[in-house]
Design a protein around this ligand. Structure first.
Ligand code: ZN
Length: 243
């Protein structure tokens, strides 16, 4: 079943190159695993990474051909050029969907869209995570059980410095005793944004079929049909007789 939605899976891609133990988990980078899941679901998904070219694989042409983007970054947020962040930001305001994954909470693009630091508490001891579906009618959780269990993940804890989400889809419990708003949505301009917490580079999270299903559902949900831009216009003449 083909899906006309065009997805660009963006990944920083540095851990997979610089750390042998991460390369064992994702030999071709986590972007290829995410893109394969999306293509397997019928999407037209391509990948782009930080070091692809001078524009991080995100040329004007690529963005014009992207309906939904996924974003994973961690160790090199500062290496993402501000002009590319501005480009992605403007595409979101014009209607591109954005799915921000895991450590993307500290990316320039997420912080710019949220207007907050994205700060949170964290601990990486591979503890069990239960992602509870708290909004069972939401399109992002269709076809999923009422909880997803990951045996090993990095813990992210509250308080999470984000604006109050438009919709809360998941709340996570971690074996070490903390909780986290692990699935949240917002709208900015015409664009829909979903933040999804799982996906630490040392664990095989993106091979998990339920996690893949969340990303697939989120890509469908985040699609906005082409629509007129929100422009400034001076409507000098009234549409009805005034006075
Ligand atoms: Zn992490």
């Amino acid at each position: 079943m083909s899906n006309p939605i065009r997805v660009t899976v963006w990944n920083e891609g540095r851990h997979e190159k610089t750390h042998e133990e991460i390369r064992k988990v994702y030999p071709n980078g986590m972007h290829t695993v995410i893109a394969e899941a999306l293509n397997g679901a019928g999407f037209s998904a391509r990948t782009a990474t930080l070091d692809d070219d001078a524009e991080h694989g995100l040329s004007e042409k690529v963005l014009a051909e992207t309906d939904v983007m996924t974003w994973w970054g961690h160790m090199a947020h500062r290496d993402v050029k501000d002009e590319i962040v501005e480009r992605v930001y403007n595409r979101v305001l014009d209607g591109m969907g954005l799915i921000v994954l895991h450590s993307g909470h500290h990316s320039k693009i997420f912080r710019k869209l949220m207007g907050t630091t994205g700060n949170l508490k964290w601990r990486d001891i591979g503890e069990r995570q239960r992602l509870w579906v708290i909004n069972p009618a939401h399109p992002i959780v269709q076809g999923l059980p009422n909880q997803i269990v990951l045996e090993h993940e990095e813990m992210y804890g509250e308080a999470f410095d984000i604006p109050t989400p438009d919709e809360q889809v998941f709340i996570s419990w971690y074996a070490g005793g903390t909780v986290f708003r692990s699935g949240c949505t917002w709208k900015r301009g015409l664009g829909k944004i979903f933040y999804f917490q799982p996906g630490h580079e040392a664990y095989p999270t993106y091979y998990n079929k339920e996690i893949q299903q969340v990303i697939i559902n989120a890509a469908n949900w985040a699609f906005t049909p082409p629509s007129p831009k929100l422009t400034v216009e001076h409507w000098k003449e009234p549409f009805e007789k005034v006075g």
